[in-house]
Design a protein around this ligand. Structure first.
Ligand code: WQD
Length: 322
């Protein structure tokens, strides 16, 4: 079985690629290398450098490689940037989905695992987010991810697509030292970077209505996330047409202070964080109910916060010294 992986040269893509291979599947990677790195695509894996909006190339790759399904990761994903450059986010993320869906129709491919995001929920006011919660994204990024879900949901009805949307919560960690996340704006990379510079990590607000006053998130190890894609692909191979969304998290929240303490333990030092003002748009608590993925995909996360911060720090050091 061959799966086409868009964005396969990125941080998450590189992990999904390896998990699909480990499950015995063949993979063909499409990536424009705008943020990805060709080096993370293992030797022997066909790699096509192309824009995900290039319908003809996508259709040709699917036909030439006898692709049975697509994992669609290629997208822009910085929330803050999406507020500053909404048109670019709509252009790249929404056009990417449309071009891919059209190419799938052209090539007669109907299975898709779509990277969605907890950002589709927006600012929620519940302890655990279930997939039934109304989607009310509060950033252009979240809006484009939700529009992507709609496109594939409608294509499921009209074209018989079998669609699994995975709504990622806070992805962190590394499956190996060569696959770390170089994203600048997420909490764990920010804390490690501050430490490396000799600066104090910053806490964006400690006056939230949470036990220690800092925001709570559901951090999910990228290797667990990759396994969720394999479970989704396997289910689609034998499943019927339709659309289902799944939260991909651990169902367990960690506060910013707890994350910083875990990073400090991984480094083996004390980190004296400095509390600064709130970052606009941050909900106090965002934790997944991952029950649907457990029940229907047979997937649950197995790696804890310390495994995430430990592997993230190990990869960070390897990159700094490499
Ligand atoms: C986590 C917490 C910050 C940096 C975003 C997207 C989400 C998903 C993951 C793609 C927040 C706090 C951060 C720092 C801090 N992206 N923080 N000091 O905002 O929960 O989620 O990335 O799909 O859709 O919204 O992640 O890592 O930026 O922040 O105190 O230096 O850490 O305020 O509470 P976020 P994050």
């Amino acid at each position: 079985m061959t799966w086409m992986l868009t964005g396969g040269a990125g941080y998450i893509g590189a992990h999904v690629l390896r998990a699909l291979q480990a499950s015995g599947r063949q993979v063909v990677v499409v990536d424009d290398l705008s943020t990805g790195h060709a080096e993370v695509v293992p030797e022997g894996v066909p790699f096509v450098r192309a824009d995900v909006r290039d319908t003809d190339t996508l259709a040709r790759v699917m036909t030439e490689h006898g692709v049975v399904g697509v994992v669609h990761l290629a997208a822009k994903k910085a929330v803050g940037e999406s507020v500053e450059q909404p048109l670019r986010y709509y252009r790249e993320n929404v056009d990417g989905v449309l071009a891919l869906a059209e190419a799938m129709v052209d090539a007669g491919v109907s299975r898709i695992v779509y990277s969605s995001s907890a950002a589709v929920y927006g600012a929620v006011d519940v302890d655990l987010v279930t997939e039934e919660l109304p989607t009310q994204p509060v950033s252009p990024y979240g809006e484009t991810k939700l529009i992507g879900e709609w496109v594939f949901r409608d294509a499921a009805v009209a074209h018989g697509f079998a669609v699994t949307a995975l709504r990622y919560f806070n992805v962190a960690g590394a499956g190996s030292d060569d696959l770390g996340d170089s994203a600048v704006f997420n909490l764990i990379p920010m804390v490690m970077r501050a430490h490396a510079r000799g600066d104090r990590p910053q806490i964006f607000g400690a006056d939230y209505p949470t036990p220690d006053g800092t925001c709570i998130r559901d951090y999910i190890h990228v290797a667990d996330l990759a396994d969720a894609h394999v479970a989704a692909a396997a289910a689609l191979e034998t499943g019927a047409p339709g659309f289902t969304s799944y939260n991909i998290g651990r169902g367990e929240g960690s506060s910013v202070r707890e994350v910083i303490a875990s990073v400090a333990a991984a480094i083996g030092t004390d980190l004296h964080a400095e509390v600064v003002g709130r970052r606009p748009g941050d909900p106090a608590v965002l934790v997944a109910s991952a029950d649907r993925a457990a029940a229907e995909l047979g997937w649950t996360a197995t790696r804890d916060l310390d495994a995430m911060t430990g592997s993230a720090w190990s990869a960070f050091r390897a990159r700094s010294h490499g």
